[in-house]
Design a protein around this ligand. Structure first.
Ligand code: A2P
Length: 343
């Protein structure tokens, strides 16, 4: 057979479509491995959109999926994953799934039932990483509104340890907790927290909290690492409130590094996060950007780049967290976490 230009084009298209990236892992305290790049799913509740995007992500090599009970999408993720697992395209041990206790489930007596519900929705027989999503637990009022409630972190943690003992959860951790709150868990824990998920991006780098976590062998997962550019639209759609976010992707210093490395601003930021020894979980439902976000293992920021990125700290948070801290007088709650500098 003679090979002509048509065959070459066809072969390169097939190659493009099937290239999968092997994402490096980090080993957490307790011995379980987590891919340093995950696929974030916050704000994606549309079944068709998430099904298409997650299939795309899995094809490209994403193996770490980040969800939460409050995102309302565990069942969609479960449908996609079970198709991959049952067909044999994916082995369970190659997959890493994180979910988080809903604020209305962060009570000791609700943990077991909440874990079982997540397992049912995700169609899995264990969760790789379970986090307490928020340091304040909420009850629902008669109209479905959230009312901040007295919160027993240690009581919840003990129940999460039982889920580990039962083999339903492999690792446990926290999200949006400050140092004093983490200290209290560590002091009471039989199984220490191995993971903390917090907002980290170039304008809000969380240096102190990251250092604290490093000293306690807690791996940090960065959310909103690109500055949550989709947040204003999401807030508007859910009728919450007007919000603005910093346009980190348009930062001139990041543009300079993007040009230097022939990578996009998002790729430079994700590389920065990973070179800080963190895990990144960018959400995208756009095929081009899902691919772009995983193509970050073929370049490195040098020492000077890292120093220049560190200089971008501005103490500016996105308002993503406002969504968890709803209800009257929530800032006066005993466990409101943002009274300390940097959480
Ligand atoms: P999209 O889904 O349209 O790509 P999060 O902060 O929850 O991780 O969300 C990331 C936000 O950044 C989403 O709004 C996503 O929108 C957008 N995004 C993801 N990847 C990229 C990228 N490579 N370049 C620009 N925007 C991105």
């Amino acid at each position: 057979m003679t090979i002509n230009i048509f065959h070459i084009l066809l072969l390169s298209c097939i190659h493009l479509a099937t290239t999968t990236t092997s994402v490096p892992y980090k080993t957490m305290l307790g011995g379980y491995r987590i891919p340093v790049l995950g696929y974030g799913t916050f704000t994606v509740m549309n079944e068709t959109e998430l099904t298409i995007a997650l299939n795309e992500a899995l094809k490209l090599g994403y193996r770490h999926i980040d969800t939460a009970q409050i995102y309302g999408n565990e069942y969609i993720i479960g449908n996609v994953l079970s198709e991959w697992l049952i067909s044999g395209k994916l082995k369970r041990e190659d997959l890493f799934v994180t979910t988080k206790l809903h604020v209305i489930n962060a009570f000791p007596e609700k943990v077991e039932q909440a874990v079982n519900k997540s397992l049912t929705d995700l169609k899995l027989d264990y969760i790789d990483l379970l986090l307490i999503h928020c340091p304040i637990a909420f009850n629902l009022d008669s109209k479905g509104g959230l009312i901040a409630a007295p919160t027993d972190h240690v009581g919840v943690w003990k129940k999460m340890e039982e889920q580990v003992d039962a083999g339903l959860v492999k690792s446990i951790g926290l999200s949006n907790f400050n140092m004093s709150q983490i200290n209290r868990i560590i002091a009471a824990a039989r199984i220490p927290p191995v993971n903390l998920q917090i907002e980290v991006h170039p304008y809000f780098q969380q240096k102190e909290l990251r250092e604290y976590c490093r000293q306690h062998n807690i791996l940090v997962v960065a959310y909103s690492s690109l500055g949550s550019p989709g947040l204003p639209k999401f807030f508007k759609n859910v009728g919450y409130k007007n919000t603005t976010v910093p346009n980190i992707l348009a930062d001139p210093e990041i543009a300079r590094m993007s040009k230097k490395h022939n990578k996009t601003p998002a790729q430079v930021i994700l590389r920065f996060i990973i070179q800080l020894d963190l895990v990144a979980i960018p959400k995208s439902t756009n095929a081009k950007r899902i691919k772009e976000n995983i193509e970050i293992f073929d370049f490195e920021l040098d020492n000077q780049d890292m120093k220049d990125m560190e200089k971008l700290e501005k103490g500016i948070k996105t308002k993503v967290i406002d969504l968890l801290f709803l209800g009257p007088n929530v800032e006066k709650h005993a466990e409101y976490p943002f009274t300390e500098l940097f959480q």
